[in-house]
Design a protein around this ligand. Structure first.
Ligand code: ADP
Length: 486
């Protein structure tokens, strides 16, 4: 099946190294399939260690000239990249839905979200200030300057094939770093289309490189092992993040890690129940549950538990499951058959231990990658759905008695990315927001993501923040200069 793009030039299947589109040296390839239909969309060049090394060397060579541009010059180029992404929003969304599965409206939203990081950091990088420090000795003057860390390697997942790359590439390029990216092999086409637009925007050869391949670890070893790479930024699973951290330790690289979550949505007795139901459904079933900030555990206070379950189940039954390209579809397939098996394993574990499905509970007959939107009650902390990141359209609804128990349940996990609470009590808003161990808290709101906010987690959810004024710091080094002999 070929994609009907307005601009067929956006469909790229080769790696991009030093401004050249390239196949792997041994001619290896891998396929990208549409999870809604199982159709093969494209056959991709698969590159390995040698090509990854070329990409790193190209980024290293490109660094001095890119760094020497003024922030305003880099900003103008990035601004063009942003504009081109929006101008091609329809094509980029079509490519994304076809390889990833999310409904077209969500894909369009992600393209705009990704582009917003490029606009934001193009603007922010013009305001990277150093300091003049009051001196400790009269014959000396003290200043700091901020400089780009150097060559950055980015490894990104398939759930947000555009935005996860944009929010790493934008701050890196804006401050003068050069970049080698490895997208997930499930969704390389979105990343490649972005690279094509970057080239059209005038990003010079070597500044932005893309490698992809059948073996993530071969490319990953090269990126983390190279002394030329000064920073690795990763979004993905906690186990792979830990592995990359270990690999980066060898050459003491800077790292940013955006890893797994286990987000609680805490609904108190005094919450606006309709608002809480709408928020919890939106947070849980967006991208078919495949986001790291998706509601993972819904915690509901005794007094409203039954009413919440009833309203929530009704809302879930109203979701329209199908091919993301079809009109009106609100939930697409999961990314792969393996994902369906993993999600079903979690559901079977819960059901075997006494949980009850008020709706769903099985793979969906629409296709191999579809799973029914599922709601589980009678769940407890011994079940895998309490501890593990579900990454699918399954909502376990747990019961709690009081605020202290809710906080204890929310914190009973090694990860701490996003969390949400619904209550009208302003004192409780503060107590709970301060008491739960998460990097982000949504109060009566689940739509918390934006380029203007610091996105990131604590505990095993990661290191660093993406977006906002803080997002630049991860791509900068502070240099102290002491001027003496005055
Ligand atoms: P998921 O389970 O969501 O696919 P992963 O952490 O496995 O999450 O994947 C996120 C990204 O990490 C992808 O680009 C994947 O190819 C990459 N990846 C997986 N294993 C490794 C590895 N050993 N070294 C480097 N990158 C890896």
């Amino acid at each position: 099946m070929t994609l009907q793009l307005k601009d067929p030039g956006l469909l790229k299947t080769q790696a991009y190294i030093d401004g050249q589109w390239m196949d792997g040296s041994v001619g290896d390839s891998f396929e990208v399939t549409n999870p809604a239909t199982g159709d093969v969309i494209a056959r991709m060049a698969s590159v390995g260690a040698a090509e990854t090394r070329l990409a790193i060397e190209a980024a290293h060579r490109a660094l001095p000239a890119w760094q020497a541009k003024t922030a305003k010059e880099r900003s103008a180029i990035l601004r063009r990249w942003h504009d081109l992404m929006l101008a091609h929003q329809d094509d980029l969304a079509l490519i994304m839905t076809s390889e990833q599965g999310k409904p077209l409206t969500e894909a369009r939203g992600e393209v705009a979200y990704g582009a917003s990081f490029i606009e934001w950091f193009a603007e922010e990088a013009k305001r990277v200030y150093g300091d003049v420090i009051p001196t400790f000795a009269n014959d000396r003057r003290l200043v700091t300057i901020k400089q780009p860390v150097g060559v950055v390697a980015a490894i990104t997942p398939w759930n947000f094939p555009n935005a996860m790359l944009a929010r790493k590439a934008a701050p890196a390029l804006a401050v003068g770093c050069t970049f080698v990216m490895k997208p997930a092999k499930e969704t390389p086409l979105s990343a490649l289309a972005m690279v094509e637009l970057a080239e059209r925007a005038g990003i010079p050869a070597g500044v932005l490189n893309l490698v992809m391949g059948d073996s993530a670890s071969v490319i990953g070893n090269e990126l983390t092992g190279s002394p030329l790479v000064r920073k690795v930024t990763f979004t993905g699973s906690t186990p792979v993040g830990k592995l990359l951290l270990k690999q980066c330790a060898e050459s003491v690289k800077k790292v940013s890690m955006e890893l797994g979550g286990n987000a609680p949505v805490i609904v108190f007795d005094d919450a606006d129940l309709d608002q809480a139901v709408a928020g919890a459904v939106a947070s849980k079933y967006r991208n078919a549950g495949q986001t790291c900030i998706c509601a993972n555990r819904i915690l509901v206070q005794d007094g409203v538990y039954d009413a919440f379950v009833e309203k929530f189940t009704t809302a879930v039954n109203a979701l329209k499951v199908g091919n993301g390209l079809d009109e009106g579809v609100t939930m697409g397939p999961l990314v792969s058959e393996r994902a369906v098996r993993e999600v079903h394993g979690l559901v079977e574990d819960a059901l075997a231990q006494g949980a009850r499905a008020t709706t769903g509970g099985s793979p969906d007959s629409r296709g191999a990658c579809f799973y029914q939107p599922t709601v589980l009650t009678d769940v407890n902390r011994d079940m895998r759905v309490f501890r593990e990141e579900i990454f699918g359209p399954v909502a376990p609804i747990f019961r709690f008695k009081d605020e202290a128990e809710a906080i204890a349940m929310a914190n009973d996990t090694e990860v701490g990315l996003a969390s949400y609470l619904y209550t009208r009590d302003v004192g409780r808003v503060w107590r709970v927001s301060e008491g739960i161990e998460y990097g982000m808290v949504g109060v009566n709101e689940v739509g918390i993501s934006s380029e203007v906010i610091p996105f990131g987690g604590i505990k095993e959810s990661g290191l660093g923040r993406e977006g906002s004024k803080y997002g630049l710091e991860d791509y900068l080094e502070v240099k102290y200069i002491c001027m003496g002999g005055l």
